[in-house]
Design a binder for this molecule. Structure first.
Ligand code: AMP
Ligand code: GLY
Length: 432
């Protein structure tokens, strides 16, 4: 089997790593990839190419399956392009990718299908949004979301009226998130713990749930500071009770798949529900239409079933009766970032210790922002690496992940020392 993976982050590295473990996978191409992906077995890097050029390549090389990591090209229609040409692709059509591409679409869709989510209103004008806030239509804190894709940064949580009115201005007038600020969603602030729940969906109404995980979005320990793409994640069976998983499937996932079908945009690919587990049950914060990053780095290492088979079944409407098998081990991924991220940061620092860490048991270093230069690895992005460890207990997985990170150095290396803290007893925190 020949597989094309699109993207360049830790999520794409874990995909390439996992796919490459199977004998049936002969060759993997990744566009544009990173230095770690370049070194992965069976893998060849391609330059960054347009969707049309990627399709031409896939057809010319008789690629059997394409897997798309980042949301932007799915929202732009790469799924439609490949499907029209008969090349199986894991990812939804542009019409179905609106679940992630437009927060207003996702909220209105949830309202149409009674899917639990925060109360909200959509605004096209800054003046009406500010007036609604002044008229007391929302309690504080309140959540403001730019409508389009904003790399996870277009969500502002505002403590009071003054902050909220200033945020309307930043999003809709100053256009801090570009055209994503054409429309604004204002919604109720939900309290609780967050969880990421992903399923494979095949466009024919069948879904295969993956194990749950929890991300750590903020840059600083204790969930403080600005949001990032994700600073670490963990996955373990006890994260959600069987009852809660059932509720998420029955109240969120299946009504979403069914609703998209009925609206003429069947969803095929990875459906990711970002949830708040509130006192009233699980509520949707957002949908993503692809694997989470770093969630994929803790979920895929736990998968016992063969990944390329599952992905091909998802791409071709063949998930009826399919189950995925998982190890009961806990998995933890800690992201090492460049000093300054999520703001500006330097690039080009040499990374040392990768070989030593790579030799450690049940530990894998996934690359994100790395490049090669003369046999050395250099930093080239905000999130540089993700160190993932597996172990029978969460405590042990945490200990291993931090022991791996201890071996790795680059100037300005920064990582959170409290990944998985919600599930650890106090003495285990800040281990290593
Ligand atoms: P989103 O991109 O919509 O998932 O928002 C990014 C982050 O903002 C989420 O992971 C939450 O931490 C936070 N957030 C979004 N919506 C809400 C909400 N309604 N209530 C509380 N926090 C929220
Ligand atoms: N880690 C959150 C995301 O991938 O959107």
């Amino acid at each position: 089997m020949k597989i094309l993976v699109v993207g360049s982050g830790g999520r794409e590295h874990v995909l390439v790593w996992k796919l490459g473990l199977a004998d049936r996978v002969r060759e993997i191409y990744c566009s544009p990839g990173n230095a770690g992906i370049a070194d992965a077995s069976k893998t060849r890097l391609l330059p960054k190419l347009s969707p049309r050029k990627l399709l031409d390549f896939a057809v010319s090389q008789s690629v059997d399956l394409a897997v798309v990591g980042p949301e932007a090209s799915l929202v732009d229609g790469i799924g439609d392009l490949f499907r029209q040409a008969g090349v199986p692709l894991v990812g939804p059509s542009a019409g179905a990718a609106r679940l992630e591409g437009s927060k207003a679409f996702a909220k209105d869709f949830m309202a149409r299908h009674q899917i639990p989510t925060a109360a909200y209103q959509v605004f096209d004008e800054a003046s009406t949004a500010a007036q609604a806030l002044r008229n007391g239509l929302f309690d504080f804190p309140v959540v403001l979301k730019a409508d389009g894709l904003a790399a996870g940064k277009g969500v502002l949580i505002c403590a009071d009226l003054q902050e909220a009115v200033a945020a309307v201005d930043r999003i809709m007038i100053a256009r801090r998130f570009g055209t994503a600020g054409d429309r604004l969603v204002i919604e109720e602030f939900l309290q609780g713990e967050e969880a990421s729940f992903m399923v494979l969906a095949d466009g024919a109404g069948n879904v295969v749930p993956m194990v749950p995980s929890q991300d750590h979005k903020q840059i600083f320990e204790g969930d403080r500071g600005p949001n990032t793409g994700g600073m670490g994640a963990y996955s373990m069976d006890g994260l959600l009770s069987p009852d809660l998983r059932r509720r998420i499937l029955d109240e969120v996932i299946l009504p979403t798949v069914d609703g998209m079908n009925r609206e003429g945009h069947p969803f095929a690919g990875i459906l990711y529900a970002g949830l708040m587990l509130t006192a009233d049950g699980p509520k949707v914060l957002e949908f993503n239409v692809r694997f989470g990053d770093p969630e994929a780095q803790v979920i895929l290492p736990r998968l016992r079933s063969e990944l390329s088979t599952l992905l091909l079944q998802a791409a071709c409407g063949g998930l009826a009766g399919v189950r995925a098998e998982w190890t009961p081990d806990a998995a933890v991924c800690v992201v090492a970032a460049s000093q300054g991220y999520p703001g500006s940061y330097p690039k080009g620092h040499e990374i040392s210790g990768l070989e030593r860490a790579g030799r450690m048991d049940k530990l894998v270093v996934f690359h994100a922002g790395t490049s090669h230069a003369g046999g050395r690895f250099l930093t080239s992005g905000g999130r540089v690496l993700g160190v993932t460890a597996l172990a029978p207990t969460l405590e042990e997985a945490v200990r291993r992940a931090y022991a791996g990170l201890n071996e790795i150095h680059f100037d300005g290396i920064y990582y959170r020392r409290d990944i998985a803290y919600r599930r650890l007893s106090p003495p285990e925190r800040n281990s290593e």
